[in-house]
Design a binder for this molecule. Structure first.
Ligand SMILES: [Zn+2]
Length: 310
């Protein structure tokens, strides 16, 4: 996360400097004009005088009117030079934080947006832009199935809300083709990225190809191949079971990935139920997915959402 935030802050600083140097450039340009320069010093001097008299609680006489007149003259001269008053003040992109990235010590919306954009850019395969589990998501789902989907969405929404302090950092969502698992996992991925955490959303076929490449690569090139799988906060493996099963590769590397980090966060969607997962990937992977301490495997069959137990 730190990297993403640093990059976003760098971009915001760039925006600030850009806005300020544009205003500075105009100030420098108009200062070259003797008439403008004179009017400007007169305005400043009058401003000081008024402030001093004000502090002493003395009458400022006609000084204020004089100042207004001078300001109008200065403004007119500025216009003759091709500029307006507003060209002299920096135009920050974000009016909330003036391109500093923070408001009262908290991260500004613009910074959060930038971090999110960066994270989305890195995540790529996420199948939706939605980032909230609201009622809109249920619109396309048949009435009879809505209760089970509501339940599933509530569980995923809680996962995103708790992230990264999830009681069960591994979630499996099992259900038939077309039940919207991938979409729901995509919403979850976006919701996690909204919190500033990085997500890798990878299809099981792509993941399996990566495993095979790794398996066949010369030793000195292996680490590089796995770089995308390391250093992200959440890995979503979409449609596990759709990939061809390579001997000595698929199940072994899948197990290695799932156990690579003790507290690793994974969300897995699959068409397979628990028994099928076990027969396909073996006991080790199955028990990792069904480990009650850190995993939850849900079965979404359209009618109901059930937690599968070993
Ligand atoms: Zn801002």
């Amino acid at each position: 996360m730190a990297n993403y935030k640093q990059r976003a802050l760098f971009e915001i600083k760039r925006r600030r400097l850009l806005a300020e140097s544009a205003a500075d450039a105009v100030a420098e340009e108009v200062a070259k004009d003797p008439r403008y320069s004179l009017l400007n010093s007169e305005c400043v001097a009058l401003g000081f005088k008024i402030a001093r008299l004000g502090a002493l609680k003395e009458d400022t006489g006609t000084l204020k009117e004089e100042l207004e007149k001078k300001k109008a003259e200065r403004s007119a001269r500025l216009k003759e030079l091709g500029y307006s008053e507003s060209d002299l003040t920096p135009h920050y992109r974000c009016a909330l934080c003036n391109d500093t990235g923070s408001v009262n010590g908290a991260d500004c919306v613009c910074l959060k947006e930038l971090i999110y954009a960066e994270l989305r850019e890195g995540a790529r395969g996420v199948p939706t832009d939605a980032d909230k589990f609201d009622d809109d998501l249920l619109k396309g789902i048949p009435e009879s199935m809505r209760p089970s989907y509501s339940k599933a969405y509530a569980i995923l929404a809680k996962y995103a809300a708790d992230f990264p302090d999830n009681k069960a950092p591994v979630i499996g969502l099992s259900g038939p083709v077309g039940c919207g698992k991938s979409y729901a996992a995509g919403v979850l991925a976006n919701a996690v990225m909204r919190k500033g955490y990085s997500v890798l959303f990878i299809n099981a076929v792509q993941l399996n190809n990566l495993f095979l490449k790794y398996h066949r690569a010369p030793v000195n090139e292996k680490a590089e191949l796995f770089a995308p799988l390391t250093g992200c906060d959440l890995i979503v493996i979409d449609d596990l079971g759709a990939e061809p099963l390579f001997n000595n590769v698929t199940a072994n590397y899948l197990y290695a990935l799932l156990t690579s980090e003790n507290e690793g966060h994974f969300v897995i969607t699959t068409n397979l139920d628990f028994e099928n997962l076990r027969s396909r990937y073996g006991d080790r992977v199955a028990s990792r997915l069904a480990d009650r301490e850190r995993s939850r495997l849900y079965l979404l069959d359209g009618k109901d959402l059930r937690l599968t137990r070993r």
